[in-house]
Design a protein around this ligand. Structure first.
Ligand code: SIN
Length: 281
């Protein structure tokens, strides 16, 4: 197995592994260790059918059937991220910096994204290391947030942060709005210790964090805005150029990601599966 980092703080491309075949425990352990170190790992030329993708997902944790997003009609454990060629000037799934479902009591530990159909150019995805973000927080910002919780709520995605009302959303992705479980306020630590690596990551979510516990929305806003800007400083992300059969596996506890929507006129289809996580500490 060859592991080649793709950027200074995050991401490695792995070759010499066939994800289409069942993986032995030694290889599985090496992949888990690579994910803990690099936070997102990439593979090329691994066209996975859905059973193989679920088997790969289980290497990292139990497959999680995600709430609120309508799954693929082919399998309830798969979300099909699809934008059709004729869908222009629309909002796409994941088209803002975010981690997935941070408003849950136990947000997912990570996801596997497998490329099925890729535009000739554009449609890259970014991942930003929140370990690097935490380690480089300016002193005054660290003092303002250390030991504190941020409040995460699912609802703002449907109201404050959603695309403008007159802007269509890709029709393949149907988010259920107004779900009482998603609208519940959930406090999670802003500095989150990783259960595997022991490293601390910045854990705020530009889509779902609404305020800092114990502060009003107005008091929290300037602090959260600085955290969001710091979280995606150009030094912290890597950018992945997809190819058909490429696979990305990321750690949702210590990264933010962003699907770049710059490929109007081309079709893009990826299959996403998710693995379960624990309550953030
Ligand atoms: C997502 O999981 O947020 C979508 C990522 C992508 O389509 O690149």
């Amino acid at each position: 197995m060859k592991i080649e980092p793709v950027a200074g703080h995050i991401g490695a491309e792995i070759s010499g592994v066939d994800l289409k075949e069942p993986l032995g425990e030694e290889v599985a352990e090496a992949l888990r260790a690579a994910l803990a170190q690099y936070l997102v790992i990439f593979f090329r030329d691994q066209p996975l059918d859905i059973p193989s993708q679920k088997r790969v997902t289980e290497v990292f944790g139990p497959v999680l059937r995600v709430p609120y997003v309508q799954p693929s009609k082919d399998d309830p454990d798969v979300v099909a991220g699809l934008k059709e060629a004729e869908e222009r000037k629309i909002y796409v799934f994941g088209g803002d910096w975010h981690s997935d479902f941070s408003f849950l009591e136990q947000p997912p530990a990570g996801s596997v994204l497998a490329a099925v159909e890729i535009p000739p150019y554009g449609g890259d995805t970014l991942w930003s290391s929140q370990v690097a973000a935490w380690e480089t927080l300016p002193d005054d910002l660290r003092a303002a947030v250390e030991g504190r919780n941020a409040i995460h709520v699912g609802a703002p995605h449907g109201t404050r942060y959603a695309p403008p009302k007159d802007m269509a959303v890709s029709k393949s992705i149907k988010m259920q709005r107004g779900d009482p479980a998603a609208d519940e306020e959930r406090p999670h630590p802003i500095g989150r210790r990783h259960v595997t690596s022991g490293r601390t990551a910045l854990f705020v979510n530009p889509i779902y964090s609404v305020r800092i516990e114990g502060m009003s929305v107005e008091e929290s806003r300037p602090i959260l805005q600085r955290l969001y800007a710091h979280a995606v400083r150009p030094e912290f992300p890597c950018r992945f150029r997809w190819s058909p059969g490429a696979v990305a596996i990321w750690d949702n506890r210590a990264t933010l990601h962003y699907a770049i929507n710059d490929y109007d006129g081309s079709r893009r289809l990826l299959h996403r599966t998710t693995f379960a996580g624990e309550r953030p500490v």
